[in-house]
Design a binder for this molecule. Structure first.
Ligand code: MUC
Ligand code: MG
Length: 375
């Protein structure tokens, strides 16, 4: 390895469309495939690192989509990276801020690809660049889309039997709140005694709706309320935290270290959904986790339904950072009907184990990638 060899020679991007094993219903849309912007960074030494630009099912979540990310990377972010060393991450990210504001999902793909290339060049796992070994595996919560009670119970029973999951997240916010709550209270009656249940409303309820209906879910034994109300309204999030006695997780409210500080100051949540995608990558995620840890808030290793490379990046992060102490939901690759890596991530007994090997620990299956590449 030479220092000149660390220099980024090219950045390539392509959009993959990968079918899901079953439709995944969110509050305002249902996904049947996942689109992924695959960013590859290649150095003068011929080392290639990969990152994924991924949002959960489209721009409804945060305004970015693979279709917005690709031109931003191709036209604005790639020129910042080309000619720079892959170990100049802080400098490259600072220079990216001069040409592109926000666009954190797009920047995350670039940040992860650079981490992968840098770690591969050094022959170490990405975890070593994030502080080194803290844990080797993480607990994985499975998320169900919006489903009727019978179908949800059947899927939970199947996931317990097949993969040993012990915690489940249920999407809400799609229908009439009272009926939605009836549905989940019924579900809790069926399986709540043997698994942990959480909800995610994706910020779709207003204050009155949340304060009216969440107590019923608290009484039914739900263990966590994820982002019941809009991202900016920290006062309502705090009220919910105070009134229901169930931990509240901030997701849409925390897309940066500064957002985390605002949630801490407002005492608006007990847990922060730490997504390396929405936060703009691994370095910004380290800053966010530090804010949370200093304030005594737990972090949950959350997902935007990334594929294997994006999930591996979040797994390396969760295995390096003590503050990711409230489990994870890094199940994305299991929701994809097929993969595009030569080896698969190891899911067993409701847990995910860090793969061996340099970089992200996964290698691309280019034939599969070509198959899923959008023309
Ligand atoms: C979100 O809002 O948390 C994570 C799991 C899921 O079903 O949706 C994603 C995004
Ligand atoms: Mg969420």
């Amino acid at each position: 390895m030479t220092t000149a060899g660390l220099t980024i020679e090219r950045v390539d991007t392509r959009i993959l469309d990968v079918p899901l094993i079953r439709p995944h219903g969110f509050a305002t849309t249902t996904a049947t495939e996942q689109s992924i912007l695959l960013v590859s960074v290649t150095t003068a030494d011929g080392v290639t690192g990969l990152g994924e630009g991924v949002v959960p099912g489209g721009p409804w979540w945060g305004g970015e989509s693979v279709e917005t990310m690709k031109p931003l990377v191709d036209r604005y972010l790639a020129p910042v990276m080309v000619g720079r060393r892959v170990d100049e991450l802080a400098g490259v990210l600072a220079d990216m801020e001069k040409v592109v504001a926000n666009a954190r999902f797009a920047k995350a793909a670039c940040d992860v690809a650079m981490h992968d290339a840098w770690a591969r060049t050094l022959g170490v796992p990405v975890r070593d660049l994030l502080g080194g070994r803290f844990r080797d595996s993480v607990d994985v919560t499975w998320a169900l889309g919006v489903l009727p009670v019978e179908a949800a119970v059947a899927e939970i029973e199947e996931r317990i039997a097949s993969h040993g999951h012990r915690s489940f997240k249920l999407k809400m916010g799609a229908g009439d709140p009272a009926r939605d709550v009836d549905r989940l209270v019924g579900l809790a009656g069926e399986v709540g005694h043997k698994v942990s249940l959480r909800i995610d409303v994706n910020a779709r309820w207003d204050r009155m709706t949340a304060l009216t209906h969440l107590p019923r879910l608290a009484d039914a034994g739900f263990d966590l309320f994820e982002q019941p109300t809009p991202a900016h309204d920290l006062a309502t999030l705090r009220e919910i935290t105070r009134r229901t006695g169930v931990p509240v997780m901030a997701d849409e409210s925390v897309c940066s270290p500064a957002d985390a500080l605002a949630v801490v100051r407002a005492e608006a949540a007990d847990v922060i959904a730490l997504k390396t995608t929405k936060l703009g990558g691994l370095r910004e995620s380290l800053k966010t986790a530090a804010v949370a840890e200093a304030a005594g808030l737990a972090c949950h290793g959350a997902t935007s339904l990334e594929g294997p490379f994006g999930t591996a990046a979040s797994l390396h992060f969760a295995c390096a950072v003590a503050a990711v102490s409230w489990g994870t939901e890094l199940f994305g690759p299991m929701l994809l009907r097929e993969s595009y890596t030569t080896t698969a991530l190891e899911y067993a007994d409701g847990r995910l184990t860090l793969p061996e090997g340099p970089g992200l620990g996964l290698d691309p299956d280019w034939a599969a990638i070509n198959h899923f590449t959008r023309e």
